[in-house]
Write a protein that binds this ligand. Structure first.
Ligand code: FES
Length: 78
């Protein structure tokens, strides 16, 4: 079982992505998503803030959910 970080224990939604910025806003252009979908069956965007490949999902939500009891998951385009 993964231990929760200090930021997670403090209840932060985002424990570590681009913390030097006042706000994390990611623009996903429809054209870019369409181009990615030509190469892959699906494109998944992270909504748990734990992905090492943010803004894309890398599956880290599963460990986070197991440790926290949460139920986060990606936004998937097909
Ligand atoms: Fe964040 Fe999958 S890694 S939703």
């Amino acid at each position: 079982i993964r231990r929760l970080s200090t930021a997670e224990k403090a209840g932060l939604c985002n424990p570590g992505i681009m913390k030097d910025q006042p706000k994390v806003a990611t623009m996903a252009k429809v054209k870019d998503v369409e181009d990615l979908l030509k190469e892959k069956p699906a494109v998944a965007y992270c909504r748990c803030w734990r992905s090492k490949t943010f803004p894309f999902c890398d599956g880290s939500h599963a460990k986070f959910n197991e440790a926290s009891g949460d139920n986060t998951g990606p936004l998937v385009f097909k």
